[in-house]
Write a protein that binds this ligand. Structure first.
Ligand SMILES: CC(C)(COP(=O)(O)OP(=O)(O)OC[C@H]1O[C@@H](n2cnc3c(N)ncnc32)[C@H](O)[C@@H]1OP(=O)(O)O)[C@@H](O)C(=O)NCCC(=O)NCCS
Length: 181
């Protein structure tokens, strides 16, 4: 998929090394429970490829032609945990630190939302993170997603007293997406 500046594409073996570097960067992973080592990073790619096979969409590897062959991922995924708002489809992003501040996440996410609403016919797309992840929340808000505090939740994959337990949920309907686009 092409956007004005990005190529959203399938993953290739050459992505494994730069993705592992990104997953080992404390700045990128500041709001995740842990850094990923090479094996966990590779397993993430393998799960992502299987997700495309299962759902027809997923977290695309992102390239910026003439700038970088791989800057991270943007796309759609079906969370594996159960919560009040699941089953659902989440829009998500993770970019190498050197490529923040360019609007790439928002640009890529807009293309992902088009796939979700137009091709896959989804009736809702959500996104969630910890309140401290203000950069990610800003992307959600730029996309027109809305937050109702009543949707806030304790992430079921973490102990209730974990500092990253509390999450905010943002939602987007196709109607609001169309009005916002
Ligand atoms: C979350 C994350 C993807 C956000 O990246 P980001 O670069 O802040 O977001 P965008 O790509 O939308 O870029 C927006 C910024 O680019 C700027 N920008 C520069 N050129 C731009 C352009 N041509 N078009 C649009 N925005 C542009 C905007 O002004 C904005 O700057 P600001 O942060 O000073 O307000 C990034 O911080 C990240 O990868 N974090 C680690 C992983 C993570 O936490 N993922 C989410 C887990 S829930």
């Amino acid at each position: 998929m092409r956007t004005a500046r990005l190529l959203l594409r399938q993953w290739c073996d050459a992505d494994r090394e730069p993705f592992a570097a990104l997953n080992a960067d404390p700045a990128v992973m500041a709001h995740m429970p842990a850094l990923l080592d090479r094996a966990a990073s590779d397993a993430f790619i393998d799960r992502t490829c299987a997700h495309f096979d299962q759902h027809g969409f997923g977290l695309w590897a992102v390239a910026v032609p003439r700038v970088s062959d791989f800057i991270g991922y943007v796309g759609l995924s079906v969370p594996r945990f159960s919560a009040a708002f699941t089953p659902c489809v989440e829009v998500g992003w993770r970019l190498a630190r050197a490529h923040w501040g360019q609007g790439y996440a928002t640009e890529g996410a807009r293309a992902a939302l088009s796939v979700g609403f137009l091709s896959a016919g989804l009736r809702e797309i959500v996104s969630f993170t910890v309140p401290a992840n203000t950069r990610s929340i800003a992307v959600m808000q730029r996309l027109g997603m809305t937050h109702d505090p009543a949707d806030d939740f304790a992430h079921p994959s973490l102990p209730a007293d974990h500092p990253l337990s509390h999450h905010v949920l943002y939602r987007l309907s196709p109607e609001r997406w169309l009005a916002h686009a």
